[in-house]
Every structure is written in structure tokens, then in C-alpha cells.
Design a protein around this ligand. Structure first.
Ligand code: NAI
Length: 470
């Protein structure tokens, strides 16, 4: 039996490691159980971080080929060294996962390498590679096991991570596919689809809904689809994939129109299946321990992250809410504070969402569709990047910012941006919304000139008056 801890966290992704670090900072004794040999979970090892390395590198490659010339930078056509690009991705992952290890050491957090399991209140266990099980006593157990690839409901998908790949294989392809078929026009499909499109693949996205990025602001999604189409990506919308199978040349993707009609087949040399993720609860011993799951297989928690068993908590992708690293991180901080006797809280109404494509898409708060459905009277202010001086200087004039404010109180209810740097710009809206700010507060806040941020300011101005530059 190992020593008794105040907190043992199962899983070291953004939810788990942040919870562990914050708990240690607040004076609690902490241990983390991780089955991978490196820390950081899906996000750092095979998700957010490596994909961003490839997104950036492929964007630079595409810009060197298409944009430099217009800026007066004449170079020979860029040559792709995929091996080197992948090495950059691997080095990025290494520095990040090593960073988490450093944080654990710095905060005197003990680590156990192996598969964690809940035995009951006050007791967890870890099974190492040698099959040996060690019990760990802890006043509080935190389940932060994240999520796994969901596959396509009702379709047998045999992932080999070479020809039929999930995001894991799609960030490690040894060569640029000639034709990449992406099943699912959500965040993963569009981010990784655009990586390979920029590197020269023909990319076809097959999406069940009649829009990409379902759930995002409809106007933003539509304009964004046009931009991606201009970059060479092809879309089959309202198309339900019913079969994915390997064949001699590569793979076949069979889909049928949702509204009825004949099935079609696409030939691909690589198929990326990006149709969502599911909470990861396998092998955790939850049923035996009496931890209740909800109807979607997520660990059920109350507003204090406590499961059906006192002393056992859960957070991140394994519980309700958006599967986003930053949502998990904030839950990690809040739970650590609660365990340390403080008042931890997450404001789920102000969680930004970013799609790291080129240009980026970002949003926070309600979409127009949501406001309409809820019967909320609202005002809309929009401003295009094409009327922004900095955007013109940078040849980044595609896109717009949109501010939605309550018709009566003027409180900002949602901000949606598609355009250069949207993923950074969105945070001034998030801060404003955390403080219950109005569109007039945003529009009257002095913004440095010339910056892309002025598009957000002018969109805010447009909700209650006239923007200056259109
Ligand atoms: P997603 O839920 O974003 O998109 C999946 C898409 O697949 C949906 O549009 C759905 O309609 C479609 N689909 C489902 N079944 C289909 C079928 N049979 N045929 C055709 N289309 C079908 O899931 P995704 O992209 O796999 O991402 C998983 C999770 O990871 C999401 O929760 C996402 O938010 C998160 N993530 C977030 C990132 C970010 O914030 N930048 C980056 C990557 C992932």
C-alpha cells in the first residue's frame, strides 16, 4: 500500500494535471495515475498540441506557395519535407509533455505509471505494466480519464491508423495522401482536413448535417465553408456515411443522401473518421464501485463535480459539457479549490470555442440560432475584415466579426468571428461577457490602431450605432 493522499487524480490530461497542480498549490498532498508513459493526455500527446504544430507548419507552407509573391517576397516554389514537419510536431509534443512532468515535480506530486481504477470511496488502484496492482489510499479520488474516438454509430469501422485513421493516425501520416476523405465536418475533420489539403491532398468532407461545424453560428459556418471550398476542399453535405472499408487501392467510403436517394461511393487512399468522441470509462471499475453513469455513458456529477459516491469526483471530457481542453482545465481548478475548502466555480456560459484553421473560427456565448430558439430579442452588429486596415496590410481580409447583444439591456450575449487570429480576438469578448458587459462598453473601449481587434470593436459599434469604417 502506497502512502495516503488528500487527492489522487486518474488521468493527466488538461483536466487532470491542472487539478493536480492546483490542489498541490493549495497545500494538499496529491498523486496522479497515468497509463501513458508521458503526461498530458490526448490534448498534449495526440490532440490539440500536435495538430496545432501541423496546422501552423502547413499554413506557412501554403502561404509560402500562394501569398509571399503578392507581398513582394519572391522565392522558389516551396518544397515539402514531411519528415521534418513531423519532427517539429514531435518536438512540440515532447516539450509540452516534459513541461507537465516538470510541474508535477515542482509541486511535489507523486506519479504512478499504469492503469488506474476506482475501488471505492477512499481507495484507488494502479496496475503497472508488470500486471502488479498497487492500492492507493486517498481522501478524494478524481476521475479525469477524458474521451476516446467514438467511430460512426451503427457502422463497423476498422481503424488501422494507416488507411482508415482517427485523429491519431491523421497527425502521423507518412506521406501526403492523394485523396483524403474525411467523415464528419466537425472540428477535427476540418482542422486535420485542412492540414492535408494545404500539403497537397485532394480533400473531400462528407457530413451528415446540411452544414459544417454544426452548433456554431450558421452565418459564420456558411461563410467559412465557402473559404475552405476556395482553398480546394470539397463538401458533401446532408450525406450519411453508411460504410467505410479497406480495398486493394486504399479504402471506400459509402454514403447516402439524408433526404433520400441513391448511395454513392468515394475512393480514397486515406479515410479520416472524425465523427465525435465518447467518454472514456472502460476498466475503471465504476460499476463495481457504484459510480453512476448518465444515459450517454458520461460519469454523472453534481454542481460540485461529485459523483454518486461521496469522495469520488469527475471532470473534463468524461462528464457533461463540451469536450474542450480549456473547459476541463477550468473544472480542474474549480474542483481543486472545492477540495481545499474554497468556492470553486466554472461559468459554462462563457467558454470560447476555436477552430484552428486558416482563417480561424471562434465563438463565445449564444449563437443567433440559439437566441431565436429561446425567444430572446437581440441586436446584431457585424464588421468585415475587408474594411480593416491591418487586415488589408496583411492580405487577411476574409471573414467578419459579429456581436449579438440583448435588445433591451445591450448586454453582449454572443460573439462569433471567422477571420485571421479569431482564436485570439475572441478573448476580449469572453472577458467582457464574464463581467456582464454591454456592446456599448465594447464599442467605446479604445482599441489600438491598426489591429485586427478593431473588427470586434466595430462589430460592437454596429449593434447600437454606426461603425466608422463601413
Ligand atoms: P464533432 O462532434 O465536432 O463533429 C462530428 C461530425 O460528424 C458532426 O458534424 C456529425 O454530424 C458528423 N457525423 C456523425 N455521423 C456521421 C455519419 N454517419 N456520416 C457523416 N457525418 C457524420 O466531432 P469531432 O470533430 O470528431 O471532434 C470530437 C471532439 O473533440 C469535439 O467535442 C470537439 O469539440 C473536440 N475537439 C475540439 C477541438 C478544438 O476546440 N479546436 C479540436 C479537436 C477536437
Amino acid at each position: 500500500m502506497a502512502k495516503a493522499y488528500d487527492v489522487v487524480v486518474i488521468g493527466s490530461g488538461p483536466g487532470g494535471y491542472v487539478c493536480a497542480v492546483k490542489a498541490a498549490q493549495l497545500g494538499l498532498t496529491v498523486a496522479v495515475i497515468e497509463k501513458r508513459t508521458t503526461f498530458g493526455g490526448t490534448c498534449l500527446n495526440i490532440g490539440c498540441i500536435p495538430s496545432k504544430a501541423l496546422l501552423h507548419a502547413s499554413e506557412v507552407f501554403a502561404e509560402a506557395g500562394h501569398k509571399f509573391d503578392a507581398l513582394g517576397v519572391e522565392i522558389a516554389a516551396p518544397k515539402l519535407n514531411l519528415e521534418k514537419m513531423m519532427a517539429h510536431k514531435d518536438a512540440t509534443v515532447k516539450s509540452n509533455v516534459d513541461g507537465v512532468q516538470f510541474l508535477f515535480k515542482k509541486n511535489k506530486i507523486d506519479t504512478f505509471n499504469g492503469t488506474g481504477k476506482v475501488i471505492g470511496a477512499g481507495k484507488a488502484a494502479v496496475t503497472g505494466e508488470d500486471g502488479k496492482e498497487t492500492e492507493i489510499e486517498a481522501k478524494n479520488i478524481v476521475i479525469a480519464t477524458g474521451s476516446d474516438v467514438a467511430g460512426i454509430p451503427g457502422v463497423d469501422v476498422a481503424f488501422d491508423e494507416t488507411v482508415i485513421v482517427s485523429s491519431t493516425g491523421a497527425i502521423a501520416l507518412p506521406k501526403v495522401p492523394e485523396h483524403l476523405v474525411v467523415v464528419g465536418g466537425g472540428v477535427i475533420g476540418l482542422e486535420l482536413g485542412s492540414v492535408w489539403a494545404r500539403l497537397g491532398a485532394k480533400v473531400t468532407v462528407v457530413e451528415f448535417l446540411d452544414t459544417i461545424l454544426g452548433g456554431m453560428d450558421g452565418e459564420v459556418a456558411k461563410q467559412f465553408q465557402r473559404m475552405l471550398a476556395k482553398q480546394g476542399m470539397t463538401f458533401k453535405l446532408g450525406a450519411k456515411v453508411t460504410g467505410v472499408a479497406k480495398d486493394k487501392k486504399g479504402a471506400k467510403v459509402i454514403f447516402e443522401p439524408v433526404k433520400g436517394g441513391a448511395a454513392e461511393t468515394l475512393e480514397a487512399d486515406v479515410v479520416l473518421v472524425a465523427t465525435g468522441r465518447k467518454p472514456y470509462t472502460e476498466g475503471l471499475g465504476l460499476e463495481k464501485a457504484g459510480v453512476v453513469l448518465d444515459e450517454r455513458g458520461r460519469v454523472e456529477i453534481n454542481s460540485h463535480f461529485q459523483t454518486s459516491i461521496p469522495g469520488i469526483y469527475a471532470l473534463g471530457d468524461v462528464v457533461r459539457g463540451p469536450m474542450l481542453a480549456h473547459k476541463a482545465e477550468d473544472e480542474g481548478v474549480a474542483l481543486a479549490e472545492i477540495l481545499a475548502g474554497q468556492a470553486g466555480h466554472v461559468n459554462y456560459d462563457v467558454i470560447p470555442g476555436v477552430v484552428y484553421t486558416s482563417p480561424e473560427v471562434a465563438s463565445v456565448g449564444k449563437t443567433e440560432e440559439e437566441l431565436k430558439k429561446a425567444g430572446v430579442a437581440y441586436k446584431v452588429g457585424k464588421f468585415p475584415f475587408s474594411a480593416n486596415g491591418r487586415a488589408r496590410a496583411m492580405l487577411a481580409t476574409d471573414g467578419f466579426a459579429k456581436v449579438l447583444a440583448d435588445a433591451e439591456s445591450d448586454r453582449v450575449l454572443g460573439v462569433h468571428i471567422v477571420g485571421f487570429g479569431a482564436g485570439e480576438l475572441i478573448h476580449e469578448a469572453a472577458v467582457l461577457m464574464e463581467f456582464g458587459g454591454s456592446s456599448e462598453d465594447l464599442g467605446r473601449t479604445c482599441h489600438a490602431h491598426p489591429t485586427m481587434s478593431e473588427t470586434v470593436k466595430e462589430a460592437a459599434l454596429a449593434t447600437f450605432g454606426k461603425p466608422i469604417h463601413i
